[in-house]
Structures are given as C-alpha cells and as structure tokens.
Design a protein around this ligand. Structure first.
Ligand code: ATP
Length: 359
C-alpha cells in the first residue's frame, strides 16, 4: 500500500490562457501579442475562442451556454482583443461578451496603468516619463452601467428619463480596499479618491465615509480626495503628483481616455479586469477600430503591454519585464506604427518586439 507521501497530484505547469481576439483590429493585434509572449518563453498555453461578430452573424451565438463558468473553471486568465462591429449595430454580442465577463465573473476592479514610455509620445509640452506614471483603479460592476432607469411619457414633449447610479456598500468598500492593496503591493505612496460628492451627495457621501474607514487599515499610505473635474485639470497640469486613483465606473471610463492620451493614445494603453483570486481578464484599452481594421496599421503595443500585465498578474514577472523592456526599446528606436510616429505595420512592429524579447 502507498503511504500518503507517495500520492502524486500533478499540478499544471503551464498557465492556461483563454484568448478571445474578437472583432476588427482585435483579430490583428492579438495574434501578434501572442507571438511576443511565446518569444518570452513564458510557461503558458493558449486556447482561442471565436466569440465575436462573425460567429454571432453565422449562428446567433454571443457566448455559448456554460461559457463564463467554463472560463472561470478551466483557465487562469482571459486575454481579449476588442469587440464591436458595424454589421451588428446594437453591438449586442460585444455587450454580452465583455459586460458578461465583467458582471457574471464579477471582475470588479478595472486597473489601468498610465505610464509614459518616452517623451515623444506625450502631447504635453516638456513632459518626461518621470512625470506620467500613475494607475487608475475603476469600479467595474456598478454605477450607471447597471442599466437601471426608465422613461415616462416616452416620445412626448413631457418625457421624463431617469438613469440610476448604483453604489453598494460592499461594492464601494471592495474597490477602495483593492486600490489600497494595489498601492501597498506595488510600492505606491498615495491613494486619491475622485468623485463628485458635492453634487452626487448620497453616493459620494458613501464613498467618502468608506474611503476614510478603509484608509485606517493602511496607515503607511497617504490619502487624498479630489473632485473629478479638478482631477482632469491636474492630469494635464501636474500629472507627476498622481499615484493611485480610485473612482467609480463612469468617471473611470472618462478619465482613462484622457490618461490614454497622456501616454501616446489608445494604441498604447493596457488594462486588466480583476477579481483577486479568480480568473481575471486582460484587454487593451482601444476598441475594434473598424475604420483601420484589416490594413496592418493598428498599433499592437497596447495589446503587447496588456499581455505583459497579464503575465505579471500570473506571477510570470521576469517574462513580463522582458516584454515591457522590449516595447520600451521599440519606442526609443522608433520601431512603431504610424499612429505614434513610426513607419512600421502591425506585424512588423510586433515582430521586432518579439525578436528583441527572444534575444
Ligand atoms: P469601438 O466602438 O469598438 O470602441 P471605435 O472605433 O469607436 O471602436 P476605438 O476602437 O477605441 O473606437 O478607436 C477610435 C480610434 O482611435 C480609431 O478609429 C483609431 O483611429 C484610433 N485607434 C484605436 N486603437 C488604435 C490602435 N491600436 N492603433 C492605432 N489607432 C488606434
């Protein structure tokens, strides 16, 4: 008979990644980003899913039955390209896939690192990489995105429309705690909460109270509050003062586009949709950009940096670091696509980065 010590439980050695390239430029940038990850030697295996407009138009499927539980059960992370296609004007497939992942898998923290790789990418005068290096933590499952509201006397001159902004104590507390934990884990010094509590008094009041309470558990981290309009000004006038910013779903959506502009545009920005301890999803910030799709001109750097962020999240920090340094080299050596001042195509840019990573 075997003693207990002899039992052998095989542990998967490779991290399992579900890949959803999606639509438009997602289908171009994702395979290129995967090539870069392969070049890094990261112990990962990819399984690609054809969810997106083509599949929806072919057989009406947005997400197959059991899709979300399957992702949570069988994969360590999900890597998404972009979703959205003019042939599906309602974008129902994009909503069901992307919002489905966020809501049904409860990926409550949208994390957006905002880092300027090179001064040449920034539209601000005299801004250097030291000036722009902060992270936005956006609440991802509540707020006005819950689609609650209604119309009264629809279509008449007396019409009334309401849109509810949902803020639960649990939801507010966990995103604020996430921001502090993130700051602590990443050696950040400050957490700023941003909102509009002078106008949205009930929801803003809840955020203010919870922020003060949670902050007590993180005495080494400085705290700050700024109204979101003032924050927009600050992001342009004095971005160096920013560190970790936590905010609600709607304000997060708006300020992260401004943040993307500071780092060189939508083509450069990475994001993660995270629930600690669960299968989380990583996607570049840009959409499917149908106008430039299929032309080999989309910037692959946002998706490559997103892949690096995913590897770091999975504990593959050395590989993530190699990829980030290679992207930095590409920027410095102008091995970039035209949107950021280079002359390479999507494939050529990603190939250059993959070769640099493999060196
Ligand atoms: P969606 O509805 O899916 O969000 P969209 O075209 O409205 O698509 P984005 O995809 O975010 O919005 O892109 C807006 C514009 O930004 C694009 O038309 C394109 O000019 C530019 N853009 C976005 N991503 C990239 C990229 N990776 N490379 C180059 N340009 C990009």
């Amino acid at each position: 008979m075997l003693s207990a010590e002899c039992y052998y439980f095989p542990v998967p050695t490779k991290k399992r990644i579900a890949v959803v390239p999606g639509d438009g430029i997602g289908k171009e940038v994702v395979p290129n980003a995967l090539e870069v990850v392969r070049a890094s030697g990261a112990a990962v295996e990819f399984t690609t899913f054809d969810w997106g407009a083509d599949r929806y138009l072919a057989d009406g499927t947005t997400v197959p039955a059991d899709g979300f539980p399957m992702l949570a059960r069988d994969f360590d992370a999900i890597f998404v390209g972009a979703l959205g296609d003019p042939r599906v004007p309602s974008n129902i497939h994009a909503k069901e896939i992307l919002l489905g992942m966020r809501f049904k898998m409860d990926l409550y923290a949208n994390v957006r690192p905002v880092r300027l790789l090179d001064a040449s990418l920034c539209p601000l005068k005299n801004a250097s990489p030291d000036d722009i290096n902060f992270t936005v933590v956006r609440e991802n499952t509540e707020g006005v995105y819950m689609d609650m509201g209604g119309n009264f006397k629809f279509g008449t001159p007396d019409e009334v429309a309401t849109q509810e902004d949902i803020n639960t104590r649990k939801g507010v507390e966990r995103i604020i705690r996430f921001a502090f934990e993130y700051a602590r884990a990443n050696g950040r010094e400050k957490v700023m909460m941003s909102g509009k509590s002078n106008v949205m008094t009930y929801a803003g009041g809840l955020w203010q109270r919870v922020f003060k309470e949670v902050a007590k558990e993180f005495s080494e981290i400085q705290t700050q509050h700024m109204y979101v309009d003032a924050l927009c000004l600050q992001m342009v006038r004095e971005p160096r003062s920013l560190d970790v910013i936590v905010t609600n779903n709607m304000f997060g959506d708006i300020i992260t586009d401004l943040a993307a502009a500071l780092q060189g545009g939508l083509g450069m920005a990475a994001s993660g949709n995270i629930h600690p301890g669960r299968t989380s999803m990583f996607e570049p910030v840009h959409g499917s950009a149908p106008l430039i799709a299929g032309k080999n001109i989309a910037n692959p750097m946002g998706s490559i940096l997103t892949a690096a962020m995913m590897l770091a999240h999975l504990g593959l920090k050395a590989e993530a670091q190699k990829i980030e340094s290679a992207v930095l080299d590409a920027v410095r050596e102008l091995k970039m696509t035209v949107d950021v001042g280079g002359s390479l195509g999507t494939r050529e840019c990603a190939q250059w980065i993959a070769e640099r990573v493999a060196k």
